[in-house]
Design a protein around this ligand. Structure first.
Ligand SMILES: [Fe+2]
Ligand SMILES: [Fe+2]
Length: 214
């Protein structure tokens, strides 16, 4: 008998994909974009942890070149000039400024994002490092495809985020040079579940309509 074992973190990825992305109003998607900005900081810090733990790993060195101080999302109007190199979380920070949302809403999202970062920064370095393959080898690609089922992308911030998502699907999925192939040798296990769970909670706290019935 074939037994299909699904890790807990893989179930959480499915839960995120099953949220009500297609029911998001434009403002909800803006809130979820803010949430993703805070995740992108955690992503970079986890990659830095992986690089520190495995400094001689050539694939991780290549991955860092694709995620940090890179021009692979440039140019984008109002965010990055032609050939400009920047970290992907800096790209996210800049695109948030394209569509101001008012001081009160900004402060609420900053509070949600900061409390998320405070919680995930407590994770051991090894757990952060292990999470990278789960992000790069299909996990985030699924989440990005779920994001893209949201119906409203007209605002300039959302246009820039759509570019970020579409390009990341391309970066991660190339079978030869993709980010999945650069990271899957660092095999994740269920120690990373709390990081995925925190990401899920971050999204739902920032954009509560995500947890409404479809
Ligand atoms: Fe990235
Ligand atoms: Fe990537």
């Amino acid at each position: 008998m074939e037994v299909l074992v699904t890790s807990r973190y893989e179930c959480i990825i499915e839960d995120i994909c099953e949220l009500n992305w297609s029911g998001l109003a434009e403002n909800d998607l803006i809130d979820a974009t803010w949430a993703y900005y805070y995740f992108s900081i955690q992503f970079r810090e986890s990659l830095e942890a992986a690089r520190e733990l495995f400094p001689d790993d050539i694939k991780l060195q290549q991955l860092e070149r694709e995620e940090c101080n890179t021009d692979n999302l440039s140019p984008w109007p109002g965010v990055a000039s032609i050939g400009e190199r920047l970290n992907h979380d800096e790209f996210m920070a800049r695109l948030l400024k394209l569509t101001p949302i008012g001081a009160e809403r900004t402060a609420a999202l900053q509070e949600i994002g900061q409390s998320y970062l405070d919680s995930v920064r407590d994770a051991p370095c090894l757990v952060k490092a292990l999470s990278i393959a789960s992000y790069e080898d299909g996990g985030l690609e699924k989440v990005f495809r779920a994001f893209l089922t949201a119906p409203h992308w007209n605002k300039s911030m959302l246009q820039a985020f759509k570019h970020f998502l579409a390009e990341h699907i391309r970066f991660d999925s190339d079978p030869e040079q993709g980010h999945g192939s650069l990271s899957r040798h660092i095999t994740p296990d269920d120690r990373i579940s709390p990081l995925w769970s925190a990401f899920n909670q971050l999204l739902v706290r920032a954009a509560p309509r995500l947890s409404s019935a479809k």
